[in-house]
Write a protein of this length. Sequence first.
Length: 767
Amino acid sequence: MSGTTLSPERERIDLPVTGMTCAACAARIERSLSAADGVEEASVNLATERATVRFDPAVTGVDRIVEAIRRAGYDAIIPPPGGATVSGDDPATRARQEEYVRLRRKFQIAVLLAFPVLASAMSHGSIPVLNFRGVGWLEFALTTPVVFYCGAQFYRGAWAALRHRAADMNTLIALGTGAAYVYSVAALVVPSFFASSPMMVMSGGGPMGPTLYFEAAAVIIALILAGRMLEARAKGRTSEAIRRLIGLQAKTATIVRDGSEAEVAIDAVVPGDVLVVRPGALIPVDGTVLDGDSTIDESMLTGESLPVEKQPGDAVFGGTLNRTGSFRFEAKRVGRDTVLARIVEMVERAQGSKAPIARLADVVSGIFTPIVLCIAITTFAIWFVAAPPETRLSLALVNFVSVLIIACPCALGLATPTAIMVGTGVGAENGILVRNGESLETAHKLNTMVLDKTGTITRGQPAVTEIVALRGSENEIIAVAAAAEAGSEHPIATAIARAAKDRGLVVARPTGFEALPGQGVNATVQGMRVVIGNEAVMREAGIPLDSVESQMARISERGGTAIAVAIDGVLAGVIGVADEPRPESKAAIAAMHRMGLDVVMLTGDNQRTAEAIAKDVGVSRVIAGVLPADKAAEVKRLQDGGALVGMVGDGINDAPALAQADVGIALGSGTDVAIESSDITLLKGDLRRVVTTLLLSRATIGTVKQNLFWAFVYNVIGIPIAAGALYPVTGWLLSPVIASAAMSLSSVSVLANSLRLRNFRAPQVLT
Ligand code: ADP
Ligand code: MG
């Protein structure tokens, strides 16, 4: 599955959204956006607090989209013109920090005021200073600002929801705390109307009047604010990985103009500028080394810890660290075009995407609130009818409030997106770029892994190992072959060119050239018709290979590729080209087998060569002789047989097969990030990273499942207890205060569990 390509008349925008508290909020904004004119697709992510909207710019614009978000009762931050660049202090991060500070202030005030109320309520008159007749009024005075100032956002949110005839978490909190508060005020003002009872199950006002529940209202608000505050901070930490990536960006660059050096801001660098890099400095942008040499730490991009040596002509990347030498390089890609900026963009997009597993939580939290309201009202009714007259109102109220408070589905909404965010972030830090949550989720379910041979299992840098000359000398064969291959970008062509160069041969310029993908080439060299390629090409050209059969077989059996060279319709020689397996391939394939994967080698090379390599690296199943265009069909065949197929390839000529696979994994070489054609891009071409990716996927989805489990468990166990289901048996009721603590704890524990994923490490055996 490749990413959707946008048709040219569609635009996509990512807007930071403020004010969301649960999955129901996200769903409500999504509905409002989808209903707006010109909006094709809208997805709102609770964890990243972003709305991603695909729209038709001819019909609508950013302003109207923001309006739709406001209509739903939330707000959006309009991005500065020019769109997102790689910068640390974006408006969304700042908004989140401000929100955290605001929550903390309200929380502190709520704690300060709620504590004496709680003490008074719990003491039952045993604290002398709180044992006076009008203590209820003191509680009232302390609780009122907690409700109306600290808790204002819950009531505002509930009101916004109500106006849309919806109910969400805010509704539950507002109703719960509001009911406790209003009841207490009424009982304080007209005590005669409410019977006093010394037999209260819940703590309360004691013998001096009816039980008051000010402390429930105050403490619930304080605890929920505490939960929100921790949530805000933890959410910030889930995107730490991306901030670290952004932090790699150099602020300035040293530019060479007219022979003198000048320090300029990074934004001032344009392609073509010549830049100087000193030891210990960050490379500012992407480019090509002009002179000097050095070793560069590229681990931040590729996850590879060994420094890479660079010489003139080599590519360097912005954000990597120059270690030893000084060099000058020409800027090639700057700003949003650099590999680093594209990685950041991709990770951001992946973190904002939804995994299919999130749908369950979305559906549940969508219908959850109305159901909970029904349960709460039923609870109230049953207690009101069944309890003894002198306690029935307070028991009904207490249980009503507890049910509302414990049932808040915020943990449910956080379960999936927070884990996906941390998982994709950890991936990025290990050189594993995941396109979206769906890819990350599917990866751990794969049961078949198809590996391309050349460049995937092998190094992709074949060398000429053997020359069989039937006509002319070895050098003549190589020179003609190199000339004919000059127009080809195939690794075999590169190998032959290198052999010609090593032998100091003069290579003629071909006059005609035709590539036969997956087979060979056809060219005219100095008036000679040259055909180079595999057995299929020769068969087609009617050139018998009988005379060289034993030589070709020998080359293949050693894992080499035998290429026949024909000149003017006559076989002239055979060139043996061998590509060594990467040293880590064998261990990686063994690990895949241990994970229960069916590993398949898919190659255009002939059966014998493929089998020799396969035996070497431990692959038991080989599909050989497949033309590049047919590789996708082979993947499809495996899928039709019921397999869930991952395909690993070099991302360039394997693109259709990568797209066909359930998860296409492109091995990048660092230089060209084949982000577009694959679901997952490994920045370093190392098959062990495929195993790491699968393990990361497994760990992430495992975390999601734990999160969902805990979020559900809290509600499944909490709601009946809060409703008083255990009261007839054990006499237990759940105090609203405990209910709010449990509710906050469930969100915080889900977040903490997601953050644990940050400790994910590839197993030792693989590194
Ligand atoms: P792979 O699946 O291993 O990446 P390809 O599909 O690129 O291999 O190529 C399949 C086979 O076609 C090669 O093993 C080789 O025999 C032949 N071939 C492809 N391109 C060339 C070329 N430029 N010159 C000679 N032979 C070629
Ligand atoms: Mg290939």
